[in-house]
Design a protein around this ligand. Structure first.
Ligand SMILES: [Zn+2]
Length: 57
């Protein structure tokens, strides 16, 4: 699993649960491959999303 982070609006490369990269582990987002990433949560100091748990379909 990589530590790569993805900006909001980028295409989701792999379906799974993504976490904001602010380091506070305060927000998770379940995203589907091919869809754009959602905006980061309000007040989040991170710059993108990192893959936490991949879901295999
Ligand atoms: Zn955050």
């Amino acid at each position: 699993m990589s530590d790569e982070s993805y900006r909001p609006g980028e295409k989701v490369p792999e379906s799974g649960i993504y976490q904001c990269d602010c380091g506070q582990s305060h927000e998770y987002s379940t995203d589907v491959k091919g869809h754009p990433f959602p905006p980061l949560p309000q007040g989040c100091s991170g710059i993108g999303w990192t893959l936490k748990t991949a879901t295999h379909q």
